[in-house]
Design a protein around this ligand. Structure first.
Ligand SMILES: C[S@@+](CC[C@H](N)C(=O)[O-])C[C@H]1O[C@@H](n2cnc3c(N)ncnc32)[C@H](O)[C@@H]1O
Length: 274
């Protein structure tokens, strides 16, 4: 009974915070205070390679730790994975158009935005993260989006879209809606690169969740706070494929292959030509 009342209160509070545009900030603050990441923060360097470091709370929100070295090193590793996929792409026109979906405070985008052969875009629904990117990553066009589609009109004809640790925080209906939207903005033979929580996370699941996971079903926690780090989605092998629109196909699923987002899986998806 008490649990049911607490659940209803949580749902109401989440709904109110979302309407006020405060949900991302509220859950970030909750996790930040719970984890006390400032204990691991040393003296903060002002800029690295000419780009400012985001605040400890923004770094924590992106990477689950405020550690400066990890923020930089993991972002670089994520960008290297993308570069490998990018090099495989059939490209007719330069510069190629790249979208960081759920870019946060630019952990990966700060590296991708240095590539001279791309036009970089970013989008996130967290206003604080978007403000940081706009102020500090001038080469990238960064937008604030909603929790669901659409993308802004100018974000189209994309060669590559990536979403690191984003579909890991979305319930199934939003995953389906975003996969369709992202596909509609990819150019023919473009790629979508995602990271997911797969088998490496299975031991975090409760017995009931594990049973569902082993049956190949997506496992969701706290869908009422979709898009925040409190909401968690676990993808058993094959489950993402079932959410894809007909014009996307998985070309590579590498367990624990999302370097820079360990130990998440890497999923590379291809847009099919018509
Ligand atoms: C764990 S953080 C990862 C940030 C960044 N991708 C990285 O790897 O550093 C998840 C990010 O996804 C964003 N996000 C979640 N749902 C979203 C949605 N529906 N649209 C845009 N951004 C979203 C969150 O605001 C947050 O910045």
């Amino acid at each position: 009974m008490v649990r049911r009342i607490m659940k209803s209160i949580k749902r109401l509070a989440a709904g109110l915070a979302r309407r006020l545009g405060l949900l991302a900030a509220a859950t970030d603050a909750f996790l930040f205070l719970k984890t006390k990441p400032w204990k691991e923060v040393g003296r903060r360097a002002k800029t690295v390679d000419g780009i400012a470091l985001p605040s400890a709370s923004l770094r924590f929100s992106a990477a689950g730790t405020a550690d400066e070295e990890w923020f930089l090193q993991s972002g670089r590793a994520g960008a290297e994975v993308l570069r490998e996929v990018f090099e495989e792409l059939p490209r007719d026109t330069e510069p190629a158009r790249i979208l960081d979906f759920g870019c946060g405070c630019g952990r990966v985008l700060r590296h991708v935005a240095r590539w001279q052969d791309v036009t970089p875009f970013g989008i996130d629904w967290n206003p604080r993260a978007v403000r940081w990117c706009r102020n500090n990553l001038p080469r990238a066009s960064v937008f604030r989006g909603g929790l669901g589609p659409p993308l802004p009109e100018v974000v189209a004809d994309l060669d590559l879209v990536y979403a690191f640790s984003v579909f890991t925080h979305l319930p199934e209906d939003l995953q389906v809606a975003w996969l369709a939207e992202l596909s509609s903005r990819l150019c023919e033979r473009g790629r979508l690169v995602l990271s997911t929580m797969g088998d490496a996370f299975a031991d975090q699941l409760t017995d009931a969740e594990r049973t569902s996971y082993d049956q190949g079903r997506l496992v969701l926690r706290e869908p009422s706070v979709a898009g925040t780090n409190v909401c968690a989605a676990y993808h058993p092998p094959g489950s993402l494929e079932r959410l894809l629109p007909a014009d996307l196909e998985v070309v590579r699923h590498v367990p624990e292959g999302a370097r820079g987002n360990p130990p998440q899986d890497l999923v590379v998806v291809r847009k099919l030509s018509r």
